[in-house]
Every structure is written in C-alpha cells, then in structure tokens.
Design a protein around this ligand. Structure first.
Ligand code: GDD
Ligand code: MG
Length: 338
C-alpha cells in the first residue's frame, strides 16, 4: 500500500521555529518529525510515500538526497501554490500515479495507532474512505467525527466552537481512501478535505471511521511539540528515547531535569533546565533558567536570564543576560513579513 503524507502547511502555530524550518523537519528528540512518521508507516508495511510539499520544499529534498527516509521510498510532489488538504492529496496522488486504495497521513501526527487495522476495517466496511479516530479532551481544535452504530460517519465537524462538539472522537489525520475520492476534488482551486470532501462523503454515506485509543498527538503547537518529546523520553510510547544527545555539553553544576538536549547544545554552570526542549547548538549560559519552553537551534539564553511558560525561541535567537521572558516568542512572528 502507498501513502500520501501532507507536509506542505506553513506551520504558523509553531512560529518562529517554522520561519526557518518547515514543521515536519523540526527535530523530535533529534530526529525530524517526518522521519518518525515514515518509520511508523514502514512498521505497517507502507514503503512508498508521496510527500505533498508546499512551504519550503527544499528542506525535505536536501535532507533525503537519496530519496529514502525512515525505511520508505519518497517521491516529492511540490505544489505550485497552496492547494489545501484535499487539493494537496489530489495533486500528490496524480503526481505519484496512485490508482489503487491508498493511505493519507498528516505529517505532524505522531502516533502508535494501527494503520494495519485501519486498512483491514476499510476492506471490511466497503466504503470510499475510512478515518482513524482518537479520543481527546478538547475536540474544538480538531475535526470531530461522530459515528453510527455500523461505524459509518454521521457528521464531520471541523473545529467546532468549544463545548459544541458532538463527540470526543476526532479525526486522527490518518485515512484510507479509494481512488474514487480523488474524483470528488476539484482540480483548479484549493479544496479542504475536512470542510468540503468529508462532509460530502458523509451525505453520500460512503465515509467510515475506526476508533483507536493508542498513543496519538498532533505536534503542531508549541505545547504539543514540547509534549511529544517529553513523552518519548518518559517512555510513554513503546521505546524510551535518550533525553540528552551524546554531543551535548552539560556543566557539572548545571541542573537538567525532564528535558531534551540536542546535539552540540551547551548548558553552562549553574544553569537550570526543566521540562524543556533545547535544540541543537543552543546555549543556556551561566545561571540562566529555562522551564517549560523551547529553545531553537543555535539560540542563546544569556547569563542569569529566565525563560518560562511556553516561550519559543527561534533559530539563532538571543535572550539578553538577566532578561525575563514568559510565554514569549522571539523573534516575534507578528513583526515578520508573513
Ligand atoms: N501540501 C499541503 N498543502 N499540505 C498542507 C496544506 C496545503 O495547502 N495545508 C496544510 N497542509 C498539511 C500540514 O503541513 C499538516 O501536515 C497537515 O496538512 C494538516 O494541517 P494542519 O494545519 O496541521 O491541520 P490541523 O492540525 O489544524 O487539523 C488537521 O489535523 C487534525 C489532526 O491532527 C485536520 O485534519 C483535523 O481535522 C484533524 O483533527
Ligand atoms: Mg496539525
């Protein structure tokens, strides 16, 4: 079975990290997000993927010059302009010559859900599409998907207002589709699978869902991008990952707790790092404190500075000595061109 993996979005919620690197090329405990996704697909026998590229395609193409990633063969389909999720699927499927049942995944989803079982459910229900569903506490930032007794989808409600979701089971960003779905997608404009195609398939009774409560996270916000990494080092998934890259330097009097420290990062004397992600080459200088925050590649937190409450520092950003930041973004994406 082949797959289309969507990686073309702007990653707006993760700015300024995504101002320089597309979301799915950001490291998750030292390995690009897309590679975690590819390894997950390969585990279910999917060894051929069409990457649906839009924003900063070269970052992917340069990272995998031999066209393989995490054990799967990659094909690159770069959109001339953003086509939205369904438009991107159509474009990538045509580019890759997909003409049989195929899998689609959102490239920012890290999960242990069973694609094998999803494919089997799709074969059994005889529908045009089958969506993997995962339970969440707050469905309002996802596509909400209530089911009938026979697992037919009864509604697809993308990002309902808080408190108005008809179910806590949401679209896990993983689908099995028949090629006939591609005929439902207009070729000449952006089309959203969540807002247009799935609701139309619900009306024709051809869309099914499969609930799966395995580990699942969308790593597309600072909070979840941090959490998915802590989950890996906590052993919340089948394999526990090492928190500190062997090339990182941590001074003897520094305190690093429950944090991910990337390649070549440096934590100086007396610095404190708690519940944080420090990306490659970043420096936390003497006596500085980083808590519950993300320090981008090659960023510097100056002597005695304090960075907390989900602050996000972009690549090469500098926090002045003794500066105190809470919930900040540096540089401020609101001041950037886009
Ligand atoms: N090629 C391409 N072109 N890719 C795109 C485009 C586009 O125009 N727009 C978005 N993408 C990619 C993103 O890079 C991401 O991998 C995926 O499509 C989903 O986009 P997000 O922006 O991450 O969507 P979301 O997280 O708000 O919501 C989606 O995912 C949820 C589960 O994680 C929806 O599918 C929800 O229904 C779902 O619950
Ligand atoms: Mg997302």
């Amino acid at each position: 079975m082949r797959a289309v993996v969507l990686v073309g979005g702007f990653g707006t919620r993760l700015r300024p990290l995504t101002s320089t690197t597309p979301k799915q090329m950001l490291p998750v405990v030292g390995v690009p997000m897309i590679e975690h996704v590819a390894v997950g697909l390969a585990a279910h026998g999917i060894d051929d993927v069409v990457l649906s590229l839009g924003y900063r395609p070269d970052a992917f193409i340069e990272a995998y010059p031999d066209g393989t990633c995490g054990g799967v063969r990659l094909h690159y389909a770069t959109e001339p302009e953003p086509l939205d999720t369904a438009g991107a699927i159509r474009f990538a499927a045509c580019h890759g010559g997909i003409d049989d049942t195929f899998v689609v995944v959102n490239g920012d989803v890290l999960t242990d859900l069973s694609v094998t079982d999803l494919i089997a459910a799709h074969g059994a229900n005889g529908g045009e599409g089958t969506i993997a569903l995962t339970p969440v506490e707050d469905p309002s930032r996802y596509g909400v998907v209530p089911l009938e007794d026979d697992d037919r989808v009864s509604a697809f409600v993308e990002k309902p207002p808080p408190g108005e979701a008809p179910s806590n089971w949401i679209n896990a960003g993983t689908y099995v589709l028949e090629p006939s779905v591609l005929d439902r997608i207009a070729a000449d404009r952006p089309v959203s699978i969540e807002r247009e195609v799935f609701p139309e398939m619900v009306r024709s009774g051809s869309l099914f869902g499969r609930q799966d409560d395995a580990y699942w996270a969308d790593a597309g916000t600072p909070e979840t991008y941090l959490q998915v990494q802590l989950d890996l080092i906590d052993g919340a998934r089948p394999v526990r990952w090492d928190a500190v890259d062997p090339t990182a330097e941590i001074a003897a009097t520094a305190s690093v707790r429950h944090s991910v420290i990337g390649a070549g990062a440096n934590i100086a004397d007396g610095a404190v790092v708690v519940d944080a992600v420090i990306l490659g080459g970043a420096r936390v200088e003497r006596g500085a404190r980083v808590e519950g925050s993300i320090v981008g590649p090659d960023a510097v937190v100056g002597d005695g500075a304090a960075v907390g409450d989900l602050t996000v520092l972009g690549a090469g950003a500098a926090v002045e000595p003794a500066q105190v930041l809470s919930g900040a973004r540096v540089p401020d994406p609101a001041l950037a061109d886009h």
